[in-house]
Ligand binder design. Structure first.
Ligand code: FA5
Length: 346
């Protein structure tokens, strides 16, 4: 009996080494492990053997069966993969087009890029044009042309990284807001102007749940004859309604920006606490999303627009805060920590 088992083993191993495909492996399995196989018959007959034979034959037969089972499953995976490749480009020269395709991993747009696209879409529908501008900016455009001379206290709230320039050259910096594009656009075009400018801005900032040192803003500028504060409110109300839905409440309050007069801030009621006050809204019930105002006459004069003829409004909004509001995100730092578990949700 022991010799018989050895014989089965050597035949099984011999045949296994010369199998060509998965079908042959199945035949092999039936021959050596199937119900009618010699090995199964031997195992069935073990009970009728003498006690001494039962021990040795039973142990050897069981060991052989489990060895063959392991070999079967190892070969199965390898031959299945082989079969898949063979079918794809068979020796006969055709492809099996009924096989399922291999999935191509797709990337996706960053949530802030999605928000930029959506908000630009709203303003385009309201008649605005989308333009972009440099992130490394002259001090002149970021500050001076916007009524913020070198000694102006407003520079304190907009500190940033400065770029080394050669002595005698004007200073350069990483722009602290998208407002410099107001000047660049007006320098190059004549009214009527209606533009929105999305882009990155940089600030010297102690980061927390609602503050980043690099974030996105979207600037808006409309200049024409007879533009009034009512146009500003109407446009921004319409924008808020289209983006957040009718149920969200909006609040305008006076604010100060040197390049607008009068200036306002617009806030939206906090989605987490419903206005009661929480960590996200710093206990106020409101989240400020943008600054705005009527373009200051000195700014218009600087770009050779006659403030007696033309008036305009401008606004600048923080895009991360908008995205946080819409999706209930509690910490702005999640956007830039490269955590795919977070990013894949959008
Ligand atoms: C400005 O940057 C002005 N340029 C906005 C403006 C434009 C006013 C045109 C008038 C006319 P402010 O510093 O408040 O303003 O920033 C605008 C928005 O950016 C804020 O309402 C807020 O939503 C967002 N924001 C400001 N600081 C940060 C920060 N550190 N991290 C993320 N978002 C910020």
């Amino acid at each position: 009996m022991i010799e018989k088992l050895a014989d089965i083993k050597s035949k099984a191993l011999d045949e296994l080494s010369s199998l060509a495909d998965f079908n042959e492996l199945e035949v092999w399995r039936v021959r050596y492990l199937g119900k009618k196989s010699e090995l199964t018959q031997i195992l069935r007959g073990v009970a009728s053997l003498s006690q001494e034979q039962r021990k040795t034959v039973g142990a050897s037969a069981n060991e052989l069966r489990s060895n063959l089972e392991v070999l079967y499953s190892e070969n199965k995976d390898a031959l299945k993969e082989q079969a898949f490749q063979d079918v794809e480009t068979t020796a006969k020269g055709y492809k099996d087009i009924s096989l399922p395709g291999r999935p191509i991993p797709l990337g996706r747009l960053h949530p802030i890029t999605q928000t930029v696209n959506e908000i630009c879409g709203i303003f385009v529908a309201l008649g605005f044009q989308v333009v972009e501008g440099p992130e490394v900016e002259w001090d002149y455009y970021n500050f001076e042309a916007l009524n913020i001379p070198p000694d102006h206290p407003a520079r304190d709230m907009w500190d940033t990284l400065w770029i080394d320039t050669e002595s005698g050259q004007r200073p350069m910096l990483l722009r602290t807001h998208t407002s410099p594009m107001q000047i660049r656009v007006m320098e190059q075009t004549q009214p009527p102007v209606r533009v929105v400018v999305p882009g990155k801005v940089y600030r010297y900032e102690a980061t927390d749940a609602t503050h980043e040192s690099m974030f996105y803003q979207l600037e808006g500028l409309a200049v024409d004859e007879y533009i009034t504060f009512a146009d500003l409110k109407g446009t921004l109300y319409e924008f808020a309604k289209r983006l957040f839905g009718k149920e969200r409440r909006v609040r305008f309050r006076c604010d100060y920006f040197p390049f607008v007069e009068p200036g306002v801030e617009m806030a939206i009621d906090c989605f987490i606490c419903g206005g009661k006050g929480c960590r996200l809204c710093s206990g106020t019930g409101w989240i400020e999303i943008l600054g705005a105002g009527m373009v200051h006459p000195d700014v218009l004069r600087r770009v050779n627009y006659d403030p007696e003829v033309y008036t305009g409004f401008a606004f600048g909004l923080g895009l991360e805060r908008i995205h946080m509001l819409r999706y209930g995100i509690e910490d702005i730092r999640l956007f830039y920590s490269n955590d795919l578990r977070f990013l894949r949700q959008f």
